[in-house]
Design a protein around this ligand. Structure first.
Ligand SMILES: [Zn+2]
Length: 398
């Protein structure tokens, strides 16, 4: 079956763009008013198009929307499209109205345009076009749109609870976070450590009597920074490099007292071939090295402050990934490109539940959370076509 020709017969490129504009115009800041309205808008979109919808209450006035297009040919795989409906606050520094959904050239501006209402619109319209061919499909296409991704992932956690207690199996999931239409096969692991060094306090006038904990911490931090260069040789082609980054520091009591204590926190990114244990050992080695070359005695402790969200990735050879890559090549001018996704996202929850997951969506991650956030309208259209082709070819066979 030539699914591309089938899709072209029904696909209207203006629909996903208009839909993205409508979504941007509904404010849905995580945890504030509006979230219920966007859930309702999306649920109604599916209801109007005779697509089954489930309203999954997460908290008062906050609900996930789950839609399903069932193939009528019978049993088959389940494909899941996932996205979040909430956004970060609007913030300041905007030149365009942040809730206007204004289009200038190829750019659709607004809070959440790129992260990730453009992807939601692309997925919604893709689901609608796929539903027109349900009589030629097996299995099912599910859409899971969640609340609270930008805060505590309550929406995703609520869905996982219901998923894990059911006998439902999702065979492949796509998270629509902005990858610029590159395929990201997973993500690095993330955790954080607190390093505390202790020297000896003294009067600033007698600084040589003390051991300055801030100076020691500064040496350790300098060494941490330079280690990133070495870590590059452990890079994973699909996930990027392991890394260390100091993001917080506290120390001292007054400018006229040699500080006894200084603490700082280190964000660490891990890989399947560079584990959390290796990272912890590296941190330890850095501190010990500074102590060995220092003339002043100091003590230190290292404790983990953020639990490890482990790294995860799917293989490029997974049949569903091949179908996605093929769907991309069917769009004129597009070629499948595999690239790491630098941030972490809810893909990790899906991985943890044993669901093979990729991240693939319109827009660029650098635009997310910024003033004048925008998404490319042509990328919304292309994403929508690719989502639809993936579903048709994954559920429809040849
Ligand atoms: Zn996002």
């Amino acid at each position: 079956m030539d699914w591309k020709a089938v899709l072209d017969s029904e696909f209207d490129i203006f629909e996903p763009i208009e839909l993205a504009q409508q979504l941007v115009r509904i404010p849905s800041v995580s945890g504030e008013t509006g979230e219920e309205e966007i859930s309702r808008f999306i649920a109604n979109y599916f209801i109007d198009r005779k697509i089954t919808v489930e309203w999954q209450e997460v908290e008062k006035n906050r609900a996930n929307v789950i839609a399903e297009v069932k193939g009528t040919l019978g049993e088959g795989p389940t494909l899941l499209f996932n996205g979040h409906m909430d956004t970060v606050p609007v913030g300041s520094g905007w030149t365009y109205p942040p809730l206007g959904g204004q289009i200038v050239g190829d750019k659709l501006y607004g809070r959440g345009a790129c992260d990730m209402k453009g992807a939601l619109a692309a997925m919604m319209y893709a689901a609608y076009t796929v539903s027109l061919f349900a009589s030629q499909l097996y299995g099912s296409l599910k859409l899971l749109f969640v609340v609270d991704e930008e805060r505590d992932n309550l929406g995703m956690k609520r869905w996982l609870e219901s998923y894990l207690s059911s006998n439902e199996v999702v065979d492949f999931a796509v998270v629509g976070e902005p990858t610029g239409l590159n395929i990201s096969l997973g993500h690095r692991g993330v955790a954080a450590y607190r390093v505390t060094v202790e020297g000896k306090a003294s009067h600033a006038g007698l600084a040589e009597e003390g051991v300055n904990a801030i100076y020691i911490a500064a040496s350790v931090i300098k060494d941490i920074e330079s280690k990133n260069e070495l870590l590059k040789k452990h890079a994973d082609p699909d996930l990027g490099c392991p890394s260390l980054m100091v993001g917080l520091i506290e120390g001292g009591v007054s400018p006229n007292v040699v500080p006894e204590q200084c603490s700082f926190e280190v964000d660490v990114r891990t890989l399947p071939n560079f584990s959390l244990e290796s990272m912890e050992k590296l941190l330890q080695d850095i501190v010990v090295e500074v102590r060995n070359r220092s003339n002043s005695p100091f003590s230190y402790r290292i404790s983990q402050t953020v639990p490890h969200l482990p790294p995860a990735k799917v293989s490029r050879d997974l049949p569903a990934v091949e179908v996605l890559a093929r769907s991309i090549s069917q769009i004129p001018g597009e070629i499948p490109i595999f690239a790491p996704f630098p941030a972490s996202c809810e893909a990790s929850f899906l991985f943890n539940a044993g669901i093979p997951t990729v991240i693939f969506g319109p827009g660029r991650i650098v635009e997310a959370h910024s003033a004048n956030e925008f998404v490319s309208t042509s990328q919304i259209v292309t994403a929508s076509m690719i989502y639809a082709l993936l579903a048709l070819q994954f559920l429809g066979g040849d």
